[in-house]
Design a protein around this ligand. Structure first.
Ligand SMILES: [Fe+2]
Ligand SMILES: [Fe+2]
Length: 355
């Protein structure tokens, strides 16, 4: 039913079209990039490989690309004329953008994503995640679990997170949608940093990671999907974007150094951050139940990612995101525990696919 294959062009596809609701989000910059730089050369995204070379170059410079295009449209460019709504699922290397519109990307290299469909046979509308990345959240997870800080490191981690919460509460107050969106930009950093450093460690020491590289990268990806969902619901203002830039610059570097110096403290801090995330999403739910936040229909991206029903609402989304945070809490406290026991992460099996 689902085919899995290369997807090197997917970033490009996201440049050309964006879903409704993304217009003020992360794709605005990309669109400007695509449109602004494309001008003189006819390039859609000149800095990426020739798969990103659009109409302007494909004829005279890459005649093979041109030939490929004419021999079945398996390659190619984001065409204006492909903007019809609701195309049938393409075949071969044809692709469907996240706007649900058919894209034909011309590539000299023959890099393409195979046809992917939903179970009902309709084209899979996303390029940022595939059907095999989707899952039903485990809502049975214990949300109240808490690691009682005992050691100095634990207490330091706990206090640090509690102190960090003060300015967060002051800034966002009861704007839980905005709060969630902004905090997800931070939450997706630790998994990427930890996964990257374990990856480098694996290379340096010629040894396996015990699955932890992938587990942490999965966490980062999952957090990023939270963000992609939240940005459908709340559009960031200019000063919030500026804040994200600043916070990311500071937080990434601090966490990077911290993970180098003390991965056990780093994971413990993330464990406590996740406990706070559970609390924040619980408050978010309370506001929805009180009616102060409108329980709007769930964004399509959330319905597909968490396999939610068609009539799912924002409340359903917050419930599954909160369950994810509880899993991240467990993974990170577990990772910290492994270190506290004087072992390395690779000594314990990584909880892969544990969302
Ligand atoms: Fe999250
Ligand atoms: Fe999380």
């Amino acid at each position: 039913m689902w085919e899995k294959g290369g997807s090197l062009s997917r970033g490009f596809l996201r440049l050309r079209h964006h879903r409704h609701g993304y217009s003020g989000g992360f794709y605005l910059h990309d669109q400007r990039f695509a449109g602004g730089l494309a001008g003189p050369l006819g390039l859609r995204r000149p800095l990426e490989g020739s798969s990103a070379l659009a109409g302007g170059l494909r004829g005279p410079i890459f005649p093979l690309g041109c030939r490929s295009l004419s021999s079945g449209g398996k390659y190619a460019t984001a065409r204006k004329e492909s903007d019809e709504e609701g195309p049938p699922a393409p075949s071969g290397g044809d692709m469907v953008s996240e706007s649900g519109k058919e894209e034909r990307v011309s590539s000299y290299w023959g890099v393409m994503r195979p046809r992917v469909t939903k179970k009902d046979g309709t084209a899979w509308p996303w390029n940022c995640f595939m059907p095999w990345d989707t899952y039903s959240a485990d809502l049975s997870i214990d949300l109240s679990k808490h690691h009682v800080p005992k050691t100095f490191t634990d207490k330091f981690a706990y206090r640090t997170v509690k102190i960090l919460r003060i300015p967060t509460d002051i800034f966002f107050q009861r704007r839980y949608g905005c709060r969630a969106m902004m905090l997800e930009t931070v939450a997706a950093v630790p998994g990427m940093v930890g996964g990257m450093l374990l990856h480098l460690k694996s290379l340096r020491r010629f040894q396996h990671s015990g699955g932890w590289i992938k587990a942490l990268l999965e966490e980062a990806e999952n957090e990023r999907m939270h963000l992609m969902t939240m940005v459908e619901i709340v559009q960031p203002k200019w000063y919030e974007r500026a804040l994200v830039l600043t916070v990311q610059g500071v937080f990434f570097n601090l966490y990077f150094l911290l993970y180098l110096l003390s991965p056990k403290l780093a994971h413990r801090i993330v464990g406590y951050l996740e406990e706070e995330a559970i609390h924040s999403y619980t408050e978010f739910l309370k506001e929805i139940d009180r009616g102060t936040i409108k329980n709007i229909p769930a964004p399509a991206i959330a319905r597909d990612y968490w396999r939610l029903p068609e009539n799912a609402t924002l409340r359903d989304v917050v419930v599954v995101v909160r369950a994810d945070e509880a899993h991240h809490r467990d993974v990170n406290h577990f990772a910290a525990d492994v270190h506290f026991q004087g072992k390395e992460l690779r000594d314990a099996p990584a909880p892969l696919g544990y969302h």
